[in-house]
Design a binder for this molecule. Structure first.
Ligand code: ADP
Length: 267
């Protein structure tokens, strides 16, 4: 099965005509609560693509955390390895989107920030066939998780996002590195990375794929959906070209709805 270790955030999205300057107040046009966090987005994408997914992460002892866990469970993700932090709130991102499409984002890590590297690694069961993580929980967690995956003989996948200088040292622990073009450049353009190219699709070594045209609504989480579908395909035994094709299509679909996941919080 696929084990995803990563962040769980609830996104509050407010649309504004333009962003406020420091000290200024502007009126928002409503607020939307959307499931987010790179880890949870990837887990949702992998489950939507048919994988058997175990999520390792941490939420707060609060309503947002309970709703989020319920939402992911309803969509087939196993959350038995998600722990509850009694002291910190569930991670949240506060996002304002202006009319010209520019984002500004504040992330409060909350409970994500208290998932320790050792605990994250220990939560990965012996029967993990593929272990995937990103960098929203920090490089230390990612390193421990990839080492544990290697020790188990699992396929290890690093979605090196958000990229940081510490990420370069992790490349040798990952069998597959998934990045966008900006992250790829920041890592020194590793030869064998799977690189997403926005509307142009993605390339991975000699393989490449481009999406059919879609009506783009919101590209938030497209990279996470891509990575989720990619790991689902690889775990199911697909070759590079087939996995890339499935991932590019999933990434394109993820641009056709608001938010990072195809579903929202009901009620
Ligand atoms: P990130 O969101 O991590 O920056 P990309 O922008 O490269 O990553 O997008 C990831 C994937 O999402 C692409 O490989 C592609 O499949 C899909 N995608 C992104 N933007 C578009 C778009 N404008 N039209 C169609 N597909 C897109």
């Amino acid at each position: 099965r696929v084990v995803v270790v990563g962040s769980i955030n609830v996104d509050s999205v407010v649309r504004v005509e333009r962003h406020p300057r420091p000290g200024e107040t502007v009126l928002g046009e409503g607020v939307e609560l959307l499931p987010g966090g790179k880890g949870a987005n990837l887990a949702a994408g992998a489950a939507a693509a048919g994988a058997d997914v175990l999520m390792v992460g941490r939420v707060g002892d609060d309503e947002l955390g309970r709703r989020y866990v319920g939402l992911l469970a309803a969509h087939g993700v196993d959350l038995s390895a998600v722990t509850v932090d009694p002291a910190q709130p569930t991670g949240q991102a506060f996002i304002t989107v202006s009319e010209d499409g520019e984002n500004s984002i504040i992330v409060v890590a909350g409970a994500n920030g208290t998932l320790e590297a050792d605990a994250a690694a220990r939560a990965i069961p012996d029967d993990a066939g593929l272990v995937v993580t990103q960098l929203e929980l920090g490089a230390e967690v990612a390193e421990a998780v990839l080492r544990r995956g290697r020790a188990l003989g699992a396929l290890t996948v690093l979605n090196a996002s958000p990229v940081s200088p510490a990420a370069s040292a992790l490349l040798e622990l990952a069998d597959v590195v998934v990045v966008n073009e900006h992250e790829w450049a920041a890592l020194g353009k590793p030869a064998d990375a799977c690189v997403t190219l926005g509307a142009a699709g993605a390339r991975w070594g000699a393989a490449d794929a481009s999406p059919d045209p879609v009506d783009v609504v919101d590209t938030t989480g497209a990279g996470d959906a891509f990575a989720g579908a990619l790991v689902a395909a690889l775990a199911a035994g697909a070759d590079r070209a087939a996995a890339l094709r499935a991932a590019v299509d999933a990434g394109a679909r993820a641009t056709t709805y608001a938010g990072a996941q195809p579903w929202g919080f009901a009620g």
